[in-house]
Ligand binder design. Structure first.
Ligand SMILES: O=C(O)CCC(=O)C(=O)O
Ligand SMILES: [Fe+2]
Length: 243
């Protein structure tokens, strides 16, 4: 008896129109990437027992703190950290969101929920890599790194371009997993022109894969205090090599 895989790709995925949009604009959204059951399983984990760390940068150095530890700090201490984060965000690069580093966690031998390991395997399986090559037209893509992310109200990521030459990054991707989203809730993946205007904003629709060519200047706008869901996603880069 063979056991059912934990996660599956939607066999009816329609890559053509999304590939055409990506070739034309350098950005796209591919709808209905996972089966309904698979997406629901991931949401359940990400709304429940996932081992989230809160990710911020202080003076240009990234720090991941387990969320339980972050939340256990006295309110004054939390506010002191937020004040530092906000002052660096005002005119520079800064972020505040929760994540589980899946690729790096696996390399380091960390204990990860089996569903995240299955997701990493699915994203790097031949079926999905072939889909990615069709979507991007890039035959050299051989590896996708991944992390789970959660943006709660007040979380954000300021403008940056994802450039890391040594990682062989060709495209960035965001598999959006918030079951419901409205543009009014913030959390938009925005693309900025050099003059500061916004060219396009992608709404993180459920089970849609946002993909864009890198480098390209982009940000995630702050999630509103009244957002009805955490902004859940799996993100990473489509790469030519692992190292
Ligand atoms: O979550 C997103 O929509 C994009 C995230 C991003 O730009 C990044 O992690 O570098
Ligand atoms: Fe980015």
């Amino acid at each position: 008896m063979t056991s059912e895989p934990l996660l599956r790709l939607n066999p009816a995925m329609n890559v053509g129109p999304a590939a055409e949009r990506l070739a034309r604009t350098g950005r796209t959204q591919l709808p209905d990437v996972l089966t309904g059951d698979s997406a629901r399983r991931l949401v359940e984990l990400m709304k429940g027992a996932a081992p989230w760390t809160r990710s911020i940068s202080i003076s240009g150095r990234g720090a991941d703190v387990p969320v339980t530890q972050f939340d256990a700090q006295a309110p004054g201490e939390q506010q002191r950290l937020l004040d530092i984060v906000w002052s660096e965000a005002r005119d520079g690069f800064q972020y505040l969101f929760d994540r589980v580093r899946i690729t790096e966690g696996r390399v380091a031998g960390a204990a990860l929920p089996p569903l995240f390991t299955a997701l990493d395997d699915l994203l790097n399986g031949e079926d999905f890599l072939e889909t990615v090559r069709r979507l991007t037209g890039d035959e050299e893509i051989a590896f996708l790194d991944c992390q789970a992310t959660r943006y709660l109200p007040g979380h954000f990521l300021t403008g940056h371009n994802d450039k890391r030459d040594e990682h062989g990054r060709r495209f960035a991707y965001v598999l959006n997993l918030a079951p419901r989203w409205r543009a009014d809730w913030g959390g938009l993946l925005q693309f900025h022109r050099p003059d500061g205007t916004v060219e396009e904003g992608l709404v993180p629709f459920y089970n849609h894969l946002s993909v864009f060519r890198v480098p390209q200047w982009h940000s995630v706008s702050i999630v509103a205090p009244f957002a009805g869901e955490p902004r859940l996603a799996v993100t990473g880069w489509m790469r030519t090599n692992r190292v």
